[in-house]
Design a binder for this molecule. Structure first.
Ligand code: 5GP
Length: 218
């Protein structure tokens, strides 16, 4: 696993920040804002077989690929995790994750509970993962956000609404939970979590040498 510079002059282990939530809870807006504000954080761009929404850009929001390509990538072991969500495949390409972490960046993942379970259970990266579940303030707000998106057909919106209860039931599998009343408040909460997690002793791998130096022992 890679390193990056911590708040001191010593190295820090990169971390993988996972944001999950039911569809429409505001997670994508939160992720976008955090990325704008934190130069040490890069987004993991997933591949998906779902069709592109009008506002989305291929290679930026997702890599939009067909089912055959996706299945070939599964067979090539190209994904660090993948799952079927809402009848489509979604998966996290492995190579960019390894590159980012090796170059000392932290990485942000917008993935569902199935992908989170897969990453958390991986022995070599489990300790580098920080998981946050975003809850909507109430169900009517979530429904409003899903409909206002106006990018999915009514049947897709209704299907997603029918899955919300199941998705909500997975919150106890996460380390942190944030209720997304206001995007900006949630962004600040995530930043505080990130900042605390970056200070954890086990992530500050240059700490021993730094303190030895402070003590005049090296
Ligand atoms: P959407 O179609 O609204 O962009 O995403 C639907 C759901 O799929 C969201 O909960 C999102 O977090 C999840 N998702 C997106 N990319 C991935 C991925 O690479 N892996 C997994 N497991 N879930 C993903």
């Amino acid at each position: 696993m890679g390193h990056s510079i911590g708040q001191g002059s010593f190295k820090r282990r990169g971390l993988m920040l996972i944001l999950s939530s039911p569809s429409g809870a505001g997670k994508t807006s939160i992720a976008r804002e955090i990325l704008n504000r934190d130069p040490n954080l890069v987004m993991s761009i997933s591949a998906t077989t779902r069709s592109k929404r009008p506002s989305e850009v291929d290679g930026k929001d997702y890599y939009f690929i067909d089912k055959m390509d996706f299945e070939a990538k599964i067979n090539n072991n190209s994904f660090i995790e993948y799952a079927r969500v809402f009848d489509n495949y979604y998966g996290t390409p492995k190579e960019p994750v390894e590159k980012a972490i090796l170059s000392g960046k932290d990485m942000l993942f917008d993935i569902d509970w199935q992908g989170t379970q897969q990453l958390v259970s991986k022995q070599n990266i489990g300790q580098d993962i920080v998981t946050i579940f975003i809850l909507p303030p109430n169900i009517s707000e979530l429904g409003r956000r899903l409909k206002n998106r106006e990018q999915d057909s009514l049947s897709v919106v209704e299907y997603r609404m029918s899955k919300v209860s199941d998705e909500l039931s997975h919150y106890p599998e996460y380390q942190y939970v944030i209720v997304n009343n206001e995007i900006i408040d949630s962004v600040v909460q995530v930043e505080k979590i990130l900042s605390a997690e970056r200070c954890k002793i086990e992530r500050q791998i240059g700490l021993h040498d730094f303190v030895q130096n402070l003590r005049g022992l090296s």
